[in-house]
Structure formats: structure tokens, C-alpha cells
Ligand binder design. Structure first.
Ligand code: HEC
Ligand SMILES: [Cu+2]
Length: 339
């Protein structure tokens, strides 16, 4: 593992890490500047206004509106510059680009389980190509964990019963630290791993090296049948007693209570575990709950199947790595049925 030329600062190896560092140096610069300024002025005044005779009475100070305005407005502007700069990086970091390749992460005491969209699985290791946008969709099987890659300057909580995402684009091949950054029990300190950034061609070879594995979308399709979802949603998610699921992901959903929302991972999970919570307009509360019947990893597979039912979207076909995309063609037809 390489380190950076500045002590204590991890190597910088993603497209956002330079921006995070710039903000960090700005904060340090402001802090150092004012520390020196204030202590310098303090020492200067101590000497200049020292008491020279025991009977000396200083001139009373009436106050100055001009000075007070200056020392309020300047710090305010500096604080706002920190806020605006930080918010900008935060927004950029928290909105994964649409064409990013998806990788699923499940945290568990005390390991990271990772699955690529081709079905390739790994534990405590994350292989990614250099120069491609990667979106991590993360959940936990037990307690709260936190997926932290210092060299990429990204860090996000991984929460049971919820999906959180983060994204990055690695800029340099190499091996980097992966940590759990949320105390999660006895072996928390052992919940570490490595991120291996490879050249795209090398990565593609690695990814296809174990092609016997089933992709999450295909496994999800089998669950969709064995759990009986097909009886209401149709074998290809075309709908029936339940709403059509093709094209659901990212689409607007109208609810019985008049509200609308965009179907994301969290909504789909809730629809499966607690279907009565948000009823789709035009349908009754007939869907049974599947809470406790599907593991977090199976939920991810069902989700991958529902996503593979997307209606053709031109942006998907221009994704940099068709292999890392959903195995089923991004169209209204389902993943190839293996049975
Ligand atoms: C008894 C019929 C039935 C079964 C079985 C069933 N569903 Fe549903 N499902 C419905 C109905 C009706 C709705 C709409 C009302 C609601 O939101 O609960 C729905 C809603 C949904 C939604 C939200 C759809 C939208 O347009 O927002 C998802 C996702 C979903 N179901 C997935 C599943 C999955 C996955 C399974 C199998 C594990 C399953 N369903 C099993 C009837 C069913
Ligand atoms: Cu942990």
C-alpha cells in the first residue's frame, strides 16, 4: 500500500479525492492563519499595553460599530465559503451518476460480502477497473457498519433494513485499504479488506474468470418464481393482480393516498417486506408480506431482477462497460430463463 508525499494523508486515488483534499487544506489554512494572527496580536498587545506604573488608568473605550461589523461580516463570509464548498462536494459525492456500474455490498459481523452484477462474489476484497464509475449499493445483515476507502475519500454507513449508496471512479491501479469505520462489535478491528484497482482489460478477464456463477438477476428471477411473486406480477413482471414491475425502477409511482414517489432500492425493499405501508394507486392491500422469508442477499437478487426488467434506456447502452452492467439486456424482456 502506497502512502502520499504528505505525512498522515492517505494516497489520493479517485476523481473526488483531490477535491476533498483541497477543501481540507483550505480549512487547515484558515485555521492556521487565524491561530497565528490571534496569538500574534495577543502577544503584541500584551507588550504594547502593559501596565507601566501602578497608578496608570487606561482611557475608556467607547466601542466601534465599524470594527464590530468587520469582525462579524468577514468570519461570516469565511464560514459560508466553507459551507458552500463542502455542500458542493457533498452533493457531487452523494449522487451516483446514472451510467455507473453497480456492485452490491452486504456488511456482516465481521466481513464484507461483495457481489458483482455478473454474479462474481468476493469477501473482504473489491476488484474494480480504473477509470470507470462504480456505484456501491450497500446493506447490512446485522448491525450498522461503515464502508470506508480512505484513498478514495469515500465513507458511508451501511445500515440493516436500508440501502445506502456511494460511488467513485478510481484513477490509479493499485491496492488500497478498505475499513469498517463504525464500531460494530468484538472483531470490528478485523473487518478490513482491500480494494484492488485493475486496468479495464485485466478487470474484464478477472470478472469473466468465474463465469459459472449465477448473476444476481438470474437468481432473482428464480426467487420471483419460487416465492410466488409471478402469480400476481406475471412471469416477466408484466402485471396482473399486482402492478407491472417492468420499468418500475426509477419510475414515478402513484399511491392510493395521493402521494407520488420515485421507485428506488428502499421503496422496492419496503414493497416486499411491508407491502401495506405504501399502496400503489388502483390496487388493494392483497400482497402478503415477505418479511423474514428473504435474506438481505436474496432481496438484492430480487431487486437486480426487477431492475433487469427496465424498458430500454439509451443511456444504459452507452455505459462504459457492458459486461459489468445487468446481464439481461436492458429491455422489457426478462433475464434469460435458465430452467
Ligand atoms: C397476492 C398477490 C401478490 C403477490 C404474491 C406478490 N405481490 Fe407484489 N404487489 C401486489 C399488489 C396488489 C401490489 C400493489 C399494492 C401494494 O403496493 O401493496 C403489489 C406491489 C408490489 C411492488 C410495488 C410495485 C409498484 O408499482 O410500486 C413490488 C416491488 C412488489 N409488489 C414486488 C413483489 C415481489 C418481489 C413479490 C414476491 C416476493 C410479490 N410482489 C408478491 C400483489 C402481490
Ligand atoms: Cu463493521
Amino acid at each position: 500500500m502506497q502512502t502520499s508525499w504528505i505525512p498522515f494523508i492517505p494516497q489520493s486515488a479517485s476523481t473526488v479525492s483531490g477535491r476533498v483534499d483541497a477543501l481540507y487544506f483550505y480549512l487547515c489554512g484558515v485555521t492556521v492563519f487565524f491561530t497565528l494572527l490571534i496569538s500574534g496580536v495577543l502577544i503584541f498587545f500584551v507588550v504594547k499595553y502593559r501596565r507601566r506604573s501602578p497608578f496608570e488608568i487606561p482611557r475608556p473605550i467607547a466601542g466601534s460599530h465599524k470594527l464590530e461589523t468587520i469582525w462579524s461580516v468577514i468570519p461570516f463570509l469565511i464560514a459560508m465559503s466553507m459551507f458552500a464548498w463542502g455542500a458542493q462536494i457533498y452533493f457531487q459525492n452523494s449522487r451516483p451518476p446514472k451510467n455507473a456500474a453497480e456492485i452490491y455490498v452486504v456488511g456482516k459481523q465481521w466481513m464484507w460480502k461483495i457481489q458483482h452484477s455478473t454474479g462474481q462474489r468476493e469477501i473482504n476484497e473489491l476488484h474494480v477497473p480504473v477509470g470507470r464509475k462504480i456505484k456501491l449499493i450497500m446493506t447490512s445483515e446485522d448491525t450498522i457498519h461503515d464502508f470506508y476507502i480512505p484513498a478514495f475519500r469515500i465513507k458511508e454507513d451501511v445500515i440493516p433494513g436500508r440501502y445506502t449508496t456511494q460511488w467513485f471512479e478510481a484513477t490509479q491501479p493499485g491496492t488500497y485499504h478498505l475499513f469498517c469505520a463504525e464500531y460494530c462489535g468484538m472483531n470490528h478491528s478485523g473487518m478490513i479488506g482491500s480494494v484492488i484497482v485493475m486496468q479495464p482489460t485485466e478487470f474484464d478477464n478477472w470478472l469473466s474468470g468465474n463465469s459459472s456463477q449465477q448473476s444476481p438477476a438470474v437468481a432473482g428471477q428464480q426467487l420471483f418464481q419460487s416465492l410466488g411473486c409471478v402469480s400476481c406480477h406475471g412471469a416477466n413482471g408484466e402485471g396482473g393482480r399486482g402492478p407491472a414491475l417492468a420499468g418500475l425502477f426509477g419510475r414515478q409511482v402513484f399511491l392510493t393516498n395521493g402521494q407520488t414517489l420515485i421507485a428506488d432500492e428502499g421503496y422496492i425493499r419496503e414493497s416486499i417486506e411491508n407491502p401495506q405501508a405504501k399502496l400503489v394507486s388502483g390496487f388493494g392491500p392483497i400482497m402478503p408480506t415477505f418479511q423474514g422469508q428473504v435474506s438481505p442477499e436474496q432481496l438484492i437478487e430480487i431487486m437486480a431482477f426487477i431492475k433487469s426488467l427496465q424498458i430500454t434506456n439509451p443511456q444504459q447502452t452507452t455505459a462504459p462497460n457492458p459486461k459489468a452492467q445487468t446481464p439481461a439486456a436492458p429491455s422489457a424482456t426478462p433475464a434469460p430463463n435458465k430452467q
